[in-house]
Design a protein around this ligand. Structure first.
Ligand SMILES: [Zn+2]
Ligand SMILES: [Zn+2]
Length: 392
């Protein structure tokens, strides 16, 4: 017959204040040891590792509250043979009229921008320079194990009596989605044991830290009982200890941007573009035959660096992508003001840091740029109503 609270026995009973009077000699100092009176509940440490069962394949398991990485199986050899044929597509850029209509659209969507310059500006020339955005994603899996303990509230316990635990990398676990960073946690089969609570010596309660167990009727912490429920076992007297497995899926993402205009390159990263090449494999072959050598060089560099960059993880899948993002630089004049702006992305976003009429903090900002010996000098002036003022 199983002991109460043991494997498959009746559910253990939780200790609660008022379940009965404390042992007759409790007030004389028997039972839980007296501690110096405190302002708050005492800090309690993890249970001792002493006496925990040892498991084959788990020599490097972390102690209570510590997760330790489990070395992954050796990686497969790099892909052999001829790389699959790589086909690339390309796309056209915008002309002056398309740039101007993108600017008018941008200003219309932005209540802070005066519409006058967009409608009246003259575009002298538009230079289309397609930006290239190469990304390499390496989707990896890491496994960590460590001991955890929790109050044993009853129910089946999957312990060593059911056989040896499977090795850490043999436990089935599937990612929720490829190329998505997330974690999963589970109990390692056959590692659970039920042990007496180390904090309260399986009493389910502690001597009250405020009144020392004297049970003063004015003590609000124990309500005059002299005892308080053990936080560690939640009054259940026993703890279930087991090895927890944490599986971490990480999408390692690196990229390289080629953008030839003076627009900040990073704007290309989140702009829509056309995919001119994509490959998903366990291990991709780097791009070597694209007409732009800088792309080939950086594809080889990133693929090679990812091969050894994550030694504690198993590589599940790789994806490389080459996107073409249209970027058009447009030069324009408006009244005696001249500058340039950029239209980028398939969604035709506009980057116009020098746009003549922008408001700031609710006021319209007039921004004047004059060119002197190739030095750009800026003068800023605030106006309340943009239509009534013009750059000087
Ligand atoms: Zn008390
Ligand atoms: Zn306890």
């Amino acid at each position: 017959m199983a002991a109460p609270g043991g494997y498959g026995g009746p559910p253990p009973q939780q200790w609660n204040a008022g379940m009965g009077p404390p042992p007759s000699d409790f007030r004389q100092g028997q039972g839980p040891p007296r501690q110096p009176l405190a302002q708050g509940p005492p800090q309690r440490g993890p249970p001792p590792m002493q006496g925990m069962p040892q498991f084959q394949g788990y020599g490097q398991v972390g102690g209570f509250g510590q997760m330790a990485p489990m070395p992954p199986p050796p990686p497969p050899p790099p892909p052999q043979g001829k790389p699959p044929s790589m086909e690339f597509t390309d796309l056209a850029n915008l002309d002056e009229a398309a740039c101007k209509s993108a600017m008018i659209e941008h200003v219309n969507q932005n209540c802070c921008y005066g519409k006058k310059p967009a409608n009246e500006m003259n575009l002298s020339k538009a230079i289309g320079l397609t930006a290239l955005h190469y990304t390499l994603e390496t989707f990896c899996e890491g496994r960590d194990t460590g001991y955890v303990n929790e109050p044993y509230r009853g129910g089946p316990v999957d312990g060593p009596q059911n056989g040896p635990p499977p090795p850490p990398w043999a436990i089935p676990c599937q990612p929720n989605g490829m190329f998505e960073t997330h974690t999963k946690e589970m109990e390692v089969p056959h590692t659970a044991t039920v042990r007496p609570c180390h904090d309260c010596d399986a009493r389910g309660y502690h001597r009250c830290w405020r009144c020392g167990g004297d049970g003063r009727c004015s003590c609000h912490t124990c309500g005059g009982d002299g005892r308080i429920t053990c936080d560690t076992c939640d009054g259940y007297r026993q703890m279930k200890c087991y090895i927890k497995l944490t599986v971490t899926y990480t999408n390692h993402n690196e990229d390289h941007i080629i953008e030839r205009t003076d627009m900040p390159d990073e704007l290309v990263r989140h702009a829509k573009g056309e995919t001119i090449f994509e490959q998903v494999m366990t291990q991709v072959f780097p791009i070597t035959s694209y007409p732009v050598r800088e792309i080939n060089d950086n594809s080889v560099r990133l693929v090679n660096s990812h091969r050894s960059a994550f030694p504690n993880e198993r590589q599940l899948q790789q994806r490389q992508r080459l996107r073409a993002v249209p970027v058009t630089e447009a030069n324009y004049t408006w009244e005696d003001f001249s500058s340039r702006f950029w239209v980028y992305g398939l969604e035709r976003k506009v980057h116009a840091p020098d746009y003549p009429q922008q408001c700031f903090g609710g006021n319209l900002l007039e921004l004047q740029i004059t060119k002197h010996d190739s030095v750009i000098k800026r003068t800023l002036a605030l106006t309340q109503i943009y239509n009534s003022s013009k750059p000087q």
